[in-house]
Design a protein around this ligand. Structure first.
Ligand code: IVH
Length: 676
């Protein structure tokens, strides 16, 4: 290759710049546990540096980040030297790269029929556990791969790390490796508690797991309910270890360790791809974060033959999912007025791909959160998606500030109706004070229609009805007349009849639904059920004192105050009275007492059923003595998931709930003599 001097100079400058960026991010990641950029951006820096070094090998310096595994061990804990370095894995971002890895391994071993074990790649932190005569004696972090921190005492608090091994057949001294993680539910609770105390939030479960194992007081670690999956035997003093990886996992399990239960063995690469696709879809159902699958060659005797490239083994590869985080520019902060009048700030972003979807907007929660995270207009921000939830802005990339960014202040007037904005004491949210604010009213009506299950009245129709003055509030829906309806463009007689019949049917919904539909601040579907069960009627609730409401388990003073305020409000009271005069049911029918073969069972429906509407499905189970409720709680016994199920399905997985698809539901009905 012939290169001129200028090219080399330029490459050298670029390499130095990349090295200093990588070092900076390594420090944030490994030492401070507070990374500023998503893994994908970091990987890109490394990739660019590697490309330069491959092209100009003379530019490689011994201290280049490509020449070592990661950062440095912080010193608050004792340092442990790893007997065998803790290395990392090469990544594949697509099937093509996976295939290239497989081909290379086939060529080097002279075989193409080898088995591969696929396991979820846990997004936590690697640890090494040393056992002597069957007892746990030392645990360390990965650190820089050669030296880690001694976190033995903290690891002792993790219940799934055995302190004493089961059985008798194990090496006298050996090391097991695995990934410590924080379950997502624990992470969410921890952050909620921290927010309440005004402490900074952890960005993700990985960071909070890393922060938790490095607590100087192991009681704090114990309170964090960490867990571990083991995935490898590090080293062993005698050769009692199994010859394949899948047997190693089974053996570790027998000794009392916890390998991931979802590992599977394949010999065909297309099966690996199918397995990967399946988990990419279902990853959000797990209570821990995974960022890809690790594919390992099963036959351990081939590992030596394959060896390493730099710090990465050739016998394994991390097949990564598309990143769920990305960085992009925050162009503007806008406001969306919610159904209870809350002013919800959201980010307008330079469009960016996150996990295979283009993201243009992301939620910013509230003003306090924007301030706590110090998010400024014009910042480069980290955007994150998780499952089906709305994308969120995690925080700014401070190192990319130019000085032209602007701090944000919530407007003092509602951006839609220009009324004053009020901020109840002790609340993070600000609200538009005008109940008839068009934005607020539109959202309230769509929420009302959705909760009361009034089919046929989509957002478009609600907008048209409001624009034409046919309704002003949710109660107006029950006063719609056919004569006026059919005057609307594209509203035929048939459609009008259908809508009016659905409105009529919705008058009989149970009180818990009505309470949720009323849009009382802080009253979600679960609280609405509690209130309806406790007071039995809307009048009962309206007459209750704040103390009586607050006494209910799970309710509390903040909700009680908001319920009282609602029934004190003249305009709200007028709407409730209009609903009453229209014949809307205001009592809680307790169908728990009904007799029938499904008595005592509670059903929740989610998604769309092909054979019938949701309300028909609900009345059929009610006819069999069961209760149909709208939200997933511990008391629910069955969840029927139709097409495109929502978050209720994921929520049900956390409880002991029988989840069935439509076919199973229909056969259950038939079993009880109901022909759907
Ligand atoms: S095997 C030579 N299996 O991913 C390293 N690693 O990017 C062999 N990880 O440092 C590692 N889940 O911390 C392996 N099922 C799994 C894993 C896993 C997560 C982590 C581990 C490793 C990093 C490499």
């Amino acid at each position: 290759m012939s290169c001129n001097v200028d090219d080399v100079r330029e490459a050298q400058i670029k390499a130095e710049e990349l090295r200093s960026q990588v070092n900076y991010h390594d420090y944030l990641y490994f030492v401070k546990d507070a990374p500023e950029v998503p893994d994908a951006d970091y990987d890109e820096l490394i990739r660019r540096l590697r490309a330069i070094e491959e092209h100009f090998p003379e530019l490689i310096t011994p201290d280049s980040p490509t020449q070592r595994v990661g950062g440095q061990a912080a010193t608050a804990f004792g340092v442990v030297e790893h007997r065998l370095p803790m290395l990392s894995l090469a990544n594949a971002q697509n099937y093509h790269q996976l295939e290239a890895w497989h081909k290379r391994a086939a060529k080097l071993t002279g075989r193409d029929d080898f088995q591969m074990v696929c396991e979820p790649k846990i997004d936590g932190l690697a640890v090494a556990l040393v056992y002597e005569d069957g007892r746990f004696v030392q645990g360390a972090t990965r650190g820089d791969g050669y030296h880690g921190e001694n976190i033995t005492e903290n690891l002792r608090t993790i219940r799934s790390i055995p302190m004493k091994l089961r059985g008798k057949k194990y090496p006298a001294r050996f090391e097991v490796r695995g990934e410590v993680y924080m379950p997502k539910t624990v992470f969410e609770q921890l952050n909620e508690d921290r927010a309440e105390r005004g402490e900074p939030l952890y960005a993700n479960p990985r960071n909070s797991a890393a922060g938790s194992v490095r607590q100087l007081d192991s009681r704090v670690t114990a309170s964090r309910r960490l867990d571990i999956f083991v995935y490898q035997l590090g080293w062993a003093d005698d050769g009692a270890a199994p010859a394949t990886h899948h047997e190693t996992l089974r053996w570790l399990h027998e000794l009392g360790f916890r390998p991931n239960p979802d590992a599977e063995t394949f010999s065909d690469l297309e099966d690996v791809q199918r397995f990967y696709n399946g988990w990419e879809e279902r990853r959000h159902d797990l209570d821990y974060e995974i960022d890809g699958m690790v594919v390992k060659i099963d036959d351990i005797s081939l590992w030596d033959e394959l060896g390493y490239v730099g710090r990465e083994p050739r016998w394994a590869i991390a097949y990564k999912f598309p990143p769920m985080q990305a960085t992009t520019k925050l162009n503007k902060i806008s406001i969306n007025v919610g159904r209870t009048g809350s002013l919800n700030p959201y980010a307008e972003l330079e469009p960016v791909q996150v996990g295979g979807v283009i993201v243009r907007q992301a939620t910013l929660h509230n003003e306090a959160d924007i301030r706590r995270k110090d998010i400024r207009v014009g910042d480069i921000v980290i955007v994150q998606r998780a499952g089906d939830v709305i994308p969120q802005v995690v925080g700014p990339v401070v190192s990319r500030r130019t000085g032209r960014e602007r701090r944000y202040r919530l407007p003092k007037k509602c951006p839609v109706c220009k009324s004053d904005v009020e901020r109840p004491e002790g609340e993070a949210m600000a609200y538009c004070s005008n109940m008839t604010c068009p934005a607020q009213m539109f959202r309230w009506i769509t929420h009302f229609v959705h909760v009361m299950d009034i089919e046929g009245l989509g957002e478009k129709w609600i907008e048209i009805l409001l624009e034409n003055g046919l309704i002003k509030d949710p109660a107006g829906i029950y006063r719609l007349r056919k004569k006026k309806l059919i005057e609307l463009p594209r509203m035929g007689e048939k459609l009008a009849d259908k809508i009016l019949a659905n409105v009529e049917a919705a008058k009989g919904r149970n009180l818990d639904r009505l309470l949720f539909a009323l849009g009382i601040r802080h009253v979600g579907s679960e609280i609405a059920s509690l209130l309806a069960d406790q007071f039995g009627s809307l009048d009962g609730l309206a007459a209750a004192s704040e103390d009586e409401i607050a006494e209910i388990e799970g309710v509390g003073p903040r909700i009680a105050e908001s319920v009282r305020a609602y029934f004190r409000d003249r305009k709200k009271k007028a709407i409730v009275e209009k609903l009453r005069r229209s014949g809307v049911n205001m009592e809680q029918r307790r169908n728990k007492r009904t007799e029938g073969p499904l008595r005592g069972e509670r059903f929740v429906f989610t998604g769309t059923l092909a054979a019938m509407s949701r309300s028909r499905a609900e009345s059929l189970v009610a006819a069999l003595g069961a209760e149909a409720v709208s939200s997933v709680t511990r008391k629910v016994t069955h969840l029927v998931a139709g097409a495109d199920p929502g978050s209720k399905l994921a929520k049900a997985e956390g409880y002991d709930i029988d989840v069935m698809d439509e076919a199973a539901f229909l056969s259950l009905l038939r079993e009880h003599g109901v022909e759907p």
